[in-house]
Design a protein around this ligand. Structure first.
Ligand code: PMV
Length: 348
């Protein structure tokens, strides 16, 4: 019979990897395990609405609106993704879809939105599965499936469905860890739940090399095997530091991972550089501040020039004064985003 119309809405945050996922194989499977902070203020809100489809065709029937406007470029990508998961969700072809998405941060701010947008979409699809079939009643099963679907959209997105810290990728260190979906990290010292992430926008321009191309270049990178081994050691060290609340070890590892990610890019064939002169200036200033004050202020980088500063809430005031006094002049249009470790996605 005719399916009654329905919809699901989720707000889902971005995340920042501490140990980075860089290199993949097969269907979005990671070459090494990764661990990330789920953020709070950098999020996507997605509404997925469905109704009866008269002319069941082979393709996906989709209307897509980004920030309230029809967006054919994004719609094409989305149709392709939905078309690639019809074996998991045959109903994608049987119904007519309208998807509306908005980000809390400007699209061209240099903040990657694939983690927040793909996790929000995956959560909506799982809610619709729940609604239509009564499956996924158990929350653990629900979020595992959402993480699995998000991974197929964008690898790092699978870590965004959990509050606090999430782990993705097989490792003997944590029971239940998988390459197919992320799991929440339970044993985390209280101090890390107070962590702030100040995102300094160095450049909001498009990246010269996409992360898809970057992952592919790892296949020919002569340092790749050593890198994957190092990432496993870093996971071990990181999990220890997270358990015991060792902020110094955590911070050293955070910075080592960020610089390794960019070193791998510079050592690819062909080589490429995504950081900018201001990225390096900011790094020097952050390290000098740490030496002078003893505050645990450390940086990370994503696959781009923007700097993420991590620090516990107890030094928030001092660090924000430092950002205003000495760092904002190196940010594009003086822009930075005050984010922090978040509570995970919410259904609206
Ligand atoms: O999710 P992707 O395929 O866009 O890869 C992103 C990888 C990094 O953001 C650079 C690191 C990570 O683990 O998030």
């Amino acid at each position: 019979g005719k399916v009654a119309p329905g919809r699901a809405i989720w707000r889902s945050p971005s995340n920042l990897a501490i140990v980075k996922y860089w290199g993949k194989y097969g269907q979005q499977l990671p070459r090494n395990p990764s661990v990330s902070f789920t953020l709070d203020r950098a999020y996507t809100e997605t509404e997925v609405a469905y109704e009866y489809r008269k002319d069941t065709g082979t393709g996906i029937s989709l209307d897509f609106y980004f920030e309230g406007q029809p967006n054919p470029a994004f719609a094409g990508k989305l149709e392709k993704f939905l078309g690639s998961i019809t074996e998991i969700y045959p109903f994608l072809r049987q119904l007519k879809w309208t998807i509306r998405s908005t980000n809390s941060f400007p699209h061209s701010s240099g903040i990657a939105s694939s983690a927040s947008s793909m996790s929000a979409l995956a959560l909506c699809l799982c809610s619709i599965e729940r609604e239509l079939f009564g499956t996924l009643a158990d929350d653990a099963a629900f979020f595992r499936k959402a993480s699995y679907i998000a991974r197929l959209g964008s690898g790092s997105a699978c870590r965004s469905v959990y509050p606090g810290l999430a782990l993705w990728g097989e490792t003997g260190e944590v029971a239940g860890a998988s390459n197919l979906y992320a799991t929440p990290l339970q044993e985390v010292h209280e101090v890390f739940k107070t962590y702030q992430d100040a995102i300094l926008i160095v450049s909001k321009g498009e990246k010269a090399v996409s992360s898809r191309a970057g992952h592919a270049l790892m296949e020919g990178n002569i340092y790749a095997d050593n890198r994957y081994q190092q990432a496993r050691q870093h996971i071990h060290t990181l999990l220890g530091a997270l358990r015991t609340g060792d902020e110094e070890r955590f911070g050293q590892l955070l910075e080592a991972e960020a610089l390794t990610l960019h070193a791998l890019m510079m050592a690819s064939n062909p080589p490429y550089i995504l950081i900018k002169p201001h990225t390096l200036t900011l790094i020097e200033k952050v390290q000098a501040y740490r030496r002078d004050t003893g505050h645990p202020l450390y940086f990370s980088l994503d696959a781009g020039p923007n700097l993420h500063l991590f620090y516990p809430a107890r030094v928030k005031e001092a660090v924000e004064n430092f950002i205003h006094a000495e760092l904002v002049s190196y940010c594009e249009e003086g822009r930075w985003i005050a984010d922090h470790v978040g509570q995970g996605p919410v259904q609206l």
